[in-house]
Design a protein around this ligand. Structure first.
Ligand code: S3P
Length: 171
């Protein structure tokens, strides 16, 4: 079997609620790799929450910070890196990910995404309007772009273990 470092950097992409963080953690522990959550690193670097970055500086400034943080993480050691749902949609960030890592799209049916994110706070894009309508719009815009990931893994409503297992089989 492969050693941890031979996996290089694995980047998880996909919509909010797809399980990038939960499945990513499990995947990293199964592969013996570090797990890093890009959103968490952005908050650490900024010293405030993502919601606060959006509110104070707007989404374009958030995307710039997100790109810088991801660029730095892509230069480091092998790891599983969970990214925020919009990171891979940014053309420059996507270019960096494609160049330095293996990208995996966690594809997930809309009703499951809606169920997972409903009632949870801290996601500024879901603050206004109906969550299902917003996610449906984002899905239509983003799915063709997520499809540029190196590997596509379907992560339905089953366990975190199954999701991680399916990724390992696809690697
Ligand atoms: C975003 C997804 C969020 C976070 C930010 C914007 C997006 O991350 O980066 O709220 O554009 O889809 P998660 O996908 O981890 O919720």
């Amino acid at each position: 079997s492969l050693t941890a470092s031979s996996h290089g950097i694995i980047v998880l992409v996909g919509l909010m609620g797809a399980g990038k963080t939960t499945i990513g953690r499990r995947l990293a522990s199964r592969l013996g790799l570090d797990f890093v959550d890009a959103d968490h690193e952005i908050e650490r670097a900024a010293g405030c929450t993502i919601a606060e970055i959006f509110a104070r500086h707007g989404e374009p400034a958030f995307r710039d910070g997100e790109r810088r943080v991801i660029q730095r993480l892509l230069q480091g050691a092998p790891k599983v890196l969970a990214t925020g749902g919009g990171a891979f949609i940014d053309a420059q960030t996507r270019g960096l990910v494609k160049k330095h890592a293996r990208s995996i799209w966690l594809r997930c049916p809309l009703p499951i995404l809606v169920k997972r994110v409903s009632g949870r706070t801290g996601r500024p894009l879901l603050d206004k309007g109906n969550v299902e309508t917003t996610l449906a719009t984002l899905q239509a815009q983003r799915h063709p772009i997520y499809a540029e990931a190196d590997i596509i893994v379907d992560c339905g409503d089953d366990s975190v273990d199954h999701g991680a297992q399916r990724i390992i089989e696809a690697l």
